[in-house]
Design a protein around this ligand. Structure first.
Ligand SMILES: Cc1cc2nc3c(=O)[nH]c(=O)nc-3n(C[C@H](O)[C@H](O)[C@H](O)COP(=O)(O)OP(=O)(O)OC[C@H]3O[C@@H](n4cnc5c(N)ncnc54)[C@H](O)[C@@H]3O)c2cc1C
Length: 243
């Protein structure tokens, strides 16, 4: 599983007048909208959070490519336009929960091996209907936020096809988790609550593989918390001579 991602960008003419200033280091990481619609009925399950991008950071490669597609002109007029629009865009990035589905799994590749001759894993991935609905809600919300703040929503997304509502390609948000899920039933899970395999007592899987869904929060702190719990359990069980 991966986080459900979709992105929206707004243009704010009022930001054109902000004097140039170095915003490096003061970025989107400092702002975050946690899931807020948990108190009402939505047309999808679970939820998502929103991260922000924008400001006048050091221009990167490709920074002005949208200006070139939206503005007709070149030379000094194009440069002037780049200066005018620099720092006037704000982006909203959604990160939503993915529910596991039977089309998303990994298996041992029957043909491909690594450099030591060990078969590699082959991954299959598909978004479910719920993830598509989350992406649609993200787009509607992003547009509403941008317009309420006086901006123009410039993102255009398809409503059908393989990636409707700007939903990301699986793996693009780089929050891949799952495949050795945690649970109490050995028939339906690989690990117990301490990341210990049901079948082999001295085998622990302390990474994102134990996740049973991909909650909207970014995964690393939960991975660390679960690993910490597993470590304490390992130390205690080893002390008792159970491993
Ligand atoms: C660019 C980037 C930015 C990210 N930003 C965030 C963020 O802001 N917040 C957040 O929560 N998450 C973020 N993530 C996701 C987060 O980094 C991962 O979810 C997390 O690192 C996964 O931890 P893990 O222990 O499951 O796997 P990994 O950290 O990938 O660890 C796997 C380890 O196994 C080793 N390994 C692989 N195969 C073998 C083998 N055959 N034998 C021995 N060792 C092997 C690898 O070398 C590696 O050290 C980001 C990821 C990326 C790539």
């Amino acid at each position: 599983m991966d986080s459900v991602g979709s992105r929206g960008v707004g243009y704010f003419p009022q930001l054109e007048k902000v004097p140039p200033h170095n915003h490096d280091g003061v970025g989107s990481l400092h702002m975050y909208i946690p899931w807020w619609k948990f108190d009402r009925k939505n047309d999808f399950l679970r939820g998502y959070h929103i991260e922000f991008g924008g400001g006048q950071r050091m221009p990167r490669v490709g920074q002005f490519k949208t200006v070139c597609t939206e503005f007709e002109g070149y030379g000094s007029r194009l440069k002037e336009r780049c200066r005018q629009t620099y720092g006037a865009f704000i982006s909203l990035g959604g990160r939503g929960e993915m529910i596991p589905n039977s089309h998303s799994y990994c298996e041992i590749d029957p043909d491909e091996v690594d450099e030591w001759g060990i078969p590699v894993l082959r991954f299959h991935f598909k978004w479910g209907d719920n993830e598509i609905k989350i992406a649609r809600d993200m787009q509607e919300t992003f547009k509403a936020i941008i317009e309420a703040a006086g901006g123009t929503y410039v993102t255009r997304t398809e409503t059908a096809g393989e990636f409707p509502y700007g939903i990301t390609v699986g793996g693009q948000i780089i929050h891949e988790v799952g495949t050795a899920r945690m649970g109490t039933n050995p028939q339906t899970s690989a690990l117990n609550g301490f990341c210990q395999t049901h079948d082999v007592k001295n085998l622990f899987v302390t990474d994102g593989a134990c996740f049973v869904s991909n909650p909207d929060k970014n995964p690393t702190l939960t991975i660390l918390a679960l690993s910490w719990r597993a470590s304490e359990y390992i130390a205690e069980e080893a002390r008792k001579g159970n491993l």
